[in-house]
Write a protein that binds this ligand. Structure first.
Ligand code: HEM
Length: 140
């Protein structure tokens, strides 16, 4: 049972990460498209569907199966898990900011520039690298 739960956790995490890496990239190009243009309207549909149909369900199932595995191995007693949990909470906050940016673009806002999204695009990558090292290597 435990291996099945962990497999469902990793599947959920891969879907969540795919969205977290792709959505800010879409916004890099959306930020330079003209408000009301056909291109901007297409970006709005892509961003909304990616967030609502893939990222949010994947984040919720990552937490569900992650907490389930945590319970099975009592991971809260281990140092690596404390660091991982902190970084996953930061990743979830980043997801929340993505939802704010999707809403801003839906209202044709251009207050954030392309450079801002290029920088934001790096954050989930850095978090993912440290999270995976923590859970696979378990350095402490
Ligand atoms: C959402 C909250 C999360 C919780 C509560 C959580 C918790 C856990 C726990 C307790 C395990 C089992 C570790 C073991 O059996 O050795 C695990 C496995 C794993 N987690 Fe998470 N995790 C979460 C999110 C993430 C995220 C965001 C990533 C990647 C970016 C991730 C990547 C992994 C991987 C790759 C494994 C398999 C490790 C292995 O089999 O060696 N997890 N997770």
């Amino acid at each position: 049972m435990y291996e099945w739960v962990k497999a469902l956790h990793v599947i959920s995490v891969i879907a969540w990460m795919a969205g977290l890496l792709y959505l800010p990239r879409l916004m890099v190009y959306h930020a330079v498209s003209a408000p009301g243009s056909e291109q901007s309207e297409t970006f709005k549909v892509m961003e909304r569907r990616l967030l609502k149909a893939i990222m949010t369900p994947a984040m919720l199932s990552s937490w569900l199966f992650g907490l389930w595995t945590m319970w099975e191995i009592q991971a809260w007693q281990q140092g690596w898990f404390h660091v991982k949990l902190l970084l996953v909470v930061v990743m979830s906050a980043f997801h929340g900011f993505c939802a704010v940016w999707v809403r801003e673009f839906a209202a044709d806002s251009r207050r954030r520039k392309q450079r801002f999204f290029r920088f934001m695009n790096e954050i989930p990558t850095l978090l993912m690298v440290v999270i995976v090292i923590m859970v696979v290597v378990k350095p402490f």
